[in-house]
Every structure is written in structure tokens, then in C-alpha cells.
Design a protein. Structure first.
Length: 245
């Protein structure tokens, strides 16, 4: 089986690390990729084809894991060439996922839940072909939500309404504590109720958010687009915060 990867960021890298089988090989392309991405492809020893169109045509499963803003464009360019399953793992709205479904015949809607480089992430899936990916249970926890395209995307964004806004509040609280020279005590007092690993988890969340604020802003924009009928006061405030980072 050949799994093609459009995008070779941390999600794709972790999948290559976790899905280890003599019967499965990965392919991608260095086409228009950054120097750091090309180095990662070489480091993970993933076969590179000349173009992403070649990757799409050669894959049994084609995985899109990119920035939310290019998810639809990626599907329009390469998903139409996919001869097997097209698995979208981008943090996008239900509406964007449904738009992708209009361009891709064998779409499976997916959401990777857990730390991006976790050894035991959970893969939530929805769509009529989702059960064809249950073999991945051998490598990570796979859970099928429904046969409806868009359900995994919606669940993913519902989770992000909590995690992204929490990250914004955490960054503001931590920065304020530093201004008062109370950062150590800040972690200690919250750890009383949140657990001994609160400091390590919080610093990891803060570092990740600061390093990826642009992408997280894009994800918040997808949330607002998806749930535009809701008030989303905290989500909108978090977006303003991330845009200032």
C-alpha cells in the first residue's frame, strides 16, 4: 500500500513515524517546498516524486495535512487525481470540508486529536469510506464518528474552540505573572487544582502557540466561519490576541 502525503509538516512526520509496516510505503514531493521541509523529507527517508500530481496519481491513500487556508485549493489541484481514498486532516470548517467533497470523489473527513507529535494520537474519521481506514488501528487509535462528511471537521473545531481560547488566556495570564515577577508562583498556585504536570504542559502549550500563531489564527477563522450563528465572544478575542503575537 502506498500512502501519499501532501504537506510534510509535523502531522505528516508523526504519521510516518507511527505507521511502520513492510506493507506500507510513503511518498511525497519536494515540489515548491521550503529548505526545512526538504530536509525533513530526506531525514525521514520518504520517497519524493517530481510533482504532487504524481503523488496523487500514485497513492492508494492520499493525505492532505496543510494550512487551513490551502486545504480547498489542495483538493482542487490534487484531490481530483486521487485514485484511492482522499483523507483530509486539516483544521477546517464543515462547509470547507463539504466543498472539498464536491471536488474529491472518495473523501474521508479526519481529525488527529492529541499532541501533534504524540506517540498515541487518536484519529477521528467520518464518511462512507471511513471503515476502509480501520486497519490504521494497528498503529494509532482510530474512531469512526459517522458516515457523514463534515462530522469529524465539526468535532475538531468544537475542540479547538476550547483549546485555542484556553491557550490565549494562558498566554495572557503567564505574561502578566512575569510582569509581576510571580511566574513560578503562578504555576504553583494553579497546579494545586490542575495537577503537578500543569507547569510543563502549560509551557509546552505556550511555546507551541507562539511558534504557530499564524496557523492557529487560521484555525480560529475557520471556527468563526463554521459557527457564525453563535456568539463566540472568547473565540473572537483569542483571534485578536493571536494576530498580535
Amino acid at each position: 500500500m502506498i500512502i501519499g502525503l501532501i504537506g510534510f509538516g509535523k502531522v505528516s512526520q508523526n504519521l510516518v513515524k507511527l505507521i511502520r509496516s513492510d506493507e506500507i510505503s510513503f511518498i511525497t514531493s519536494k515540489e515548491n517546498r521550503s529548505e526545512s521541509t526538504i530536509e525533513a523529507i530526506d531525514r525521514f527517508d520518504v520517497e519524493s516524486l517530481p510533482t504532487f500530481e504524481d503523488v496523487a496519481k500514485s497513492s492508494d491513500i492520499l493525505i492532505s495535512a496543510n494550512s487551513p487556508k490551502v486545504a480547498l485549493d489542495t483538493a482542487e489541484k490534487y484531490g481530483i487525481h486521487a485514485r484511492g481514498i482522499y483523507l483530509d486532516l486539516n483544521n477546517i470548517s464543515r462547509e470547507t470540508t463539504l466543498d472539498i467533497g464536491r471536488h474529491v470523489e472518495n473523501l474521508v473527513d479526519g481529525a488527529v486529536i492529541g499532541k501533534i507529535d504524540s506517540d498515541n494520537p487518536t484519529l477521528f474519521l467520518s464518511g462512507r469510506l471511513a471503515d476502509k481506514l480501520l486497519f490504521l488501528n494497528e498503529f494509532l487509535d482510530v474512531r469512526i464518528i459517522s458516515k457523514e462528511i463534515g462530522d469529524a471537521a465539526t468535532l475538531k473545531l468544537l475542540r479547538s474552540t476550547y483549546t485555542k481560547t484556553l491557550s490565549a488566556v494562558l498566554i495572557e495570564s503567564y505574561q502578566t505573572a512575569k510582569d509581576y515577577n510571580l511566574e513560578r508562583e503562578f504555576f504553583e498556585v494553579i497546579a494545586i487544582t490542575e495537577g503537578d504536570d500543569f507547569k510543563d504542559n502549560s509551557l509546552s502549550r505556550i511555546k507551541n502557540t507562539l511558534s504557530n500563531s499564524k496557523r492557529k489564527s487560521e484555525e480560529l477563522e475557520e471556527i468563526i466561519r463554521c459557527f457564525d450563528a453563535e456568539e463566540l465572544t472568547m473565540v473572537r478575542a483569542a483571534l485578536e490576541k493571536f494576530n498580535r503575537l
